[in-house]
Design a protein around this ligand. Structure first.
Ligand code: HEM
Length: 507
């Protein structure tokens, strides 16, 4: 067939709302044509071919989880995408082999659960700032895009975890954040739907300029941090200190006591990694938070259960909750229902993708049937999370419903699930390094905000935000899977138009 599967893909795109996220289209495609667990798509000459995987066992081979398998490399499109962000292929998201392994090992302790728990008081400070901003907006009856504010909070938290730096960007403008925001706007253009804009001659200059600003900003923080670290002696170490220690030991054979200057190579590489953390962590977490609010507010009985749990665990004084959490971070482990809400949000609205590159001459195999699936050069091997997460075979007859209870009562027949099919943070060695941070952060946000405010969707007022300079496309409309806040593709899968809302104070 000369045009491969472009026609059917085009039809699926047409029958879904504008800019619907790519993974949702692959889900729709499979549903429409009742396609098998693993299917191929030939999208020549628009893009490369795809192997789409809706089978946990075949996926586990692609992710290097099954015995004897190795994680396939990230697809070259991921590498090109990250180059726009970092200008360099060596960042943690897209690097491979020894280079990736060395840096992942160096950064792992900085993202561990223990490390994240030690930062709970600082994370809580940022969440309180966020809550207060929302309450001010409630007072001013402001219409705004929730995703904008959740993103600023999340970036601020990443700055603290990674570098012990307060971007202080929730209320004020910040050079790094402005450059980041501008970079994302230029990345958005040309990603899909309007490829002609990819050739805008201003793009390379803007990428270079924004990268220069971001690199200088992070470079200065690293220099300062190094001086502090050396002068203050033993103090609480954060991700960048731990990575520096590991690097000096491995690469230079020196202890930190023997180190007098911040190593030039370390600095250059660390800048790329920090930018990658901000890029990989900011919109994924902020989108998930938006959807957690969206679904709890849409289901008053779920919201009531979340609030009742917060009353029971954190005490009746809603303003005191941040102090309770900061004083006893492990109390977060008692928020079982809140955790179930977050997991359910991640199941129905997974924000990130898992594109791998096929290896010519190798096959993936379905161990149940023995069927082999050959891979080809440049082929995208794609386990599609939206599709697996919404499949009745894995999550039961009510797979498309938002039911936090399924995580609390897996013993009930109606909630029977195949946990292998749940992978919002991917799986195997290349899983998300920031997942502990994201999970604790989302629990704190729910715990601090849910009892003091209501979030009301305002898609019917979207036109009033048309000229707010936010860079959201403004041309989306309609619903997908019954959601007006459907997932659109702007780099990752985000709530349409940044989720326009109004806030109502509850206390
Ligand atoms: C709800 C929030 C988040 C979701 C859903 C999410 C999801 C994911 C997924 C699916 C991957 C695998 C990508 C692939 O296979 O190509 C990934 C990787 C990654 N994530 Fe996250 N992420 C979240 C939050 C964060 C945060 C907060 C950070 C950092 C501060 C972060 C940093 C990274 C990095 C650096 C990688 C690459 C890891 C590697 O390849 O070694 N993520 N994330």
């Amino acid at each position: 067939m000369l045009w491969g599967h472009l026609k059917v893909m085009g039809q699926v795109q047409m029958s879904n709302p504008p800019r619907a996220a790519a993974q949702t289209l692959f889900y729709a495609l499979r549903e429409k044509y009742n396609l098998p667990d693993v299917f191929y798509l030939d999208l020549w000459p628009i893009t490369v071919s795809y192997m789409v995987i809706i089978n946990p066992q075949v996926m586990n081979q692609a992710f290097g989880v099954s015995k004897g398998s190795q994680s396939l490399p990230k697809h070259f499109m991921v590498k090109r995408f990250m180059e726009q962000v970092g200008g360099y292929e060596g960042n943690l998201v897209s690097s491979e082999g020894i280079q990736w392994k060395k840096w992942r090992a160096a950064f792992n302790p900085g993202f561990s659960l223990t490390q994240v728990m030690s930062l709970v008081p600082q994370i809580t400070e940022d969440v309180v700032r966020f809550r207060d901003i929302l309450l001010e907006k409630a007072k001013n009856k402001e219409l705004f895009r929730l995703e904008h504010d959740t993103t600023l909070m999340v970036v601020n938290i990443i700055g603290k975890l990674a570098m012990d730096h307060d971007f202080d960007c929730q209320r004020k403008s910040n050079k790094f954040i402005d450059a980041l925001h501008n970079q994302v706007q230029w990345i958005k253009i040309g990603v899909r739907t309007r490829p002609s804009e990819a050739f805008d001659p201003r793009r390379p200059y803007m990428f270079w300029k924004n990268n220069r600003t971001m690199d200088k900003y992070i470079g200065d923080i690293l220099e300062d941090r190094f001086v502090q670290y050396k002068s203050k002696g033993k103090q609480k170490k954060i991700a960048i200190d731990l990575a520096l220690e590991a690097y000096m030991k491995e690469e230079k054979g020196k202890t930190m006591e023997q180190t007098t200057k911040l190593d030039k190579q370390f600095k250059a590489e660390a800048i790329e990694h920090i930018k990658a953390f901000v890029f990989a962590g900011h919109d994924t977490t902020s989108s998930t938070i938006c959807y957690a609010f969206y679904k709890t507010m849409q289901n008053p009985e779920i919201a009531a259960k979340v609030r009742a749990e917060h009353d029971a665990v954190l005490g009746p004084d809603v303003w005191d909750a941040p102090n309770v959490i900061a004083a006893e971070p492990h109390i977060l482990n008692k928020l079982d229902y809140t955790l179930a809400v977050i997991k359910e949000t991640l199941r129905l609205y997974p924000a990130a993708n898992n594109l791998r590159e096929g290896i010519e001459g190798q096959n993936l195999k379905d161990p149940a049937t023995g069927q082999e699936y050959p891979m080809f050069k440049h082929m995208v091997v794609w386990p599609v999370n939206v599709s697996m997460h919404r499949e009745e075979r894995f999550f039961g007859p009510r797979a498309n419903e938002f039911l936090p209870e399924r995580w609390l009562h897996p013993e009930r027949a109606e909630f029977e699930m195949d946990k292998e099919a749940f992978f919002p943070f991917s799986k195997g060695p290349r899983n998300c390094i920031g997942q502990e941070l994201a999970m604790q952060e989302m629990k704190i946000i729910m715990a601090v905000c849910m009892r003091v405010l209501d979030v009301e969707m305002a898609y019917d007022e979207l036109h009033k935000l048309a000229d707010d300079g936010s860079g959201y496309p403004g041309d989306t409309k309609g619903e997908q899977f019954g959601d007006e806040a459907y997932q659109v593709q702007v780099a990752t899968a985000k709530p349409r138009e940044g989720m326009p809302v109004r806030i109502k104070a509850r206390v």
